[in-house]
Write a protein that binds this ligand. Structure first.
Ligand code: PGA
Length: 257
């Protein structure tokens, strides 16, 4: 089953986030058995969006969490608070956090572990910058980021992990990436996960999704690649018709091999 995650970033007021949640819920079927849909509002909008989603199958995600369980961390939000609100998925290491607030790999690793402690599915974001791409470092960077986040984890008995491959230079740019190029990075991520965890564990528990200027016009190309298990959508998730068209495409797209 594919996974479609909307990252609303810091784009909306609470009232706008509630309205968007209502519109998305109204446009989707009451039950979804062939796709998982997650929306990630900002912290302040989480509870209002949860309420606005009502009984819809859309699941709540957060955009970040604190690496510590509790304590003197002014301004942070803990995984247990997020779990209390009903958050099931959490973005970790998004490139905007790696660059704007200098999240490093040790912190990102601790956040992944914290997500598991609070029974949430971490959505680890990885991807190369334009400069790294131009220097031929894409594969090295992506593998390093996955290893830094996932090696030496204590895995709970039941858990799932998602890696979102997001080329940093594509995010928010409207640039179209060749799905074949995206698929290549997905292979590298999957092989790295198989090496870290064992092939069986990686194939059972890890999903690898694509993000970066995904919209209803280009999604079919990505989903036609069997190594791409879904999408992480920023800008296009802020419009209910656009986002629900992406969900619809994920329900019906055929992977061609
Ligand atoms: P975008 O954002 O779809 O607007 O490129 C993706 C993301 O930042 O997760």
């Amino acid at each position: 089953m594919r996974t479609v995650i909307g990252n609303w970033k810091m784009q909306l007021t609470i009232a706008e986030a509630e309205q968007l949640a209502k519109d998305v819920a109204a446009a989707l079927p009451k039950r979804l058995t062939d796709v998982r849909v997650v929306v990630c509002p900002s912290y302040a909008a989480l509870a209002p969006v949860r309420d606005a989603l009502g009984g819809s199958p859309v699941v709540l995600g957060a955009q970040d969490l604190c690496h510590e369980e509790k304590g003197a961390y002014t301004g942070e939000v803990s995984g247990r608070e997020l779990a209390d609100i009903g958050v099931k998925f959490v973005l970790i290491g998004h490139s905007e956090r790696r660059s704007h607030v200098h999240e490093d790999e040790a912190l990102i690793h601790a956040k992944v572990q914290r997500a598991f402690k609070n029974k949430m599915t971490p959505v680890l974001c990885v991807g190369e910058t334009r400069d790294e791409l131009d220097k031929g470092l894409r594969d090295v960077v992506v593998e390093r980021q996955v290893r830094a986040a996932f090696e030496k984890l204590e895995l709970p008995a039941r858990c799932e992990m998602i890696v979102a491959y997001e080329p940093v230079w594509v995010i928010g740019s409207g640039t179209d990436v060749d799905p074949e190029d995206a698929a290549r990075s997905h292979y590298i991520i999957r092989e790295t996960l198989r090496d870290i965890f064992t092939p069986e564990t990686a194939d059972r528990r890890c999903r690898v999704i694509y993000g970066g200027s995904v919209d209803k016009g280009n999604i079919a190309g990505f989903l036609s690649r069997p190594v791409i298990d879904g999408v992480l959508v920023g800008g296009a998730s802020l419009s209910a018709p656009e986002f629900t068209a992406i969900v619809e495409a994920a329900r019906t797209a055929d992977a061609k091999g």
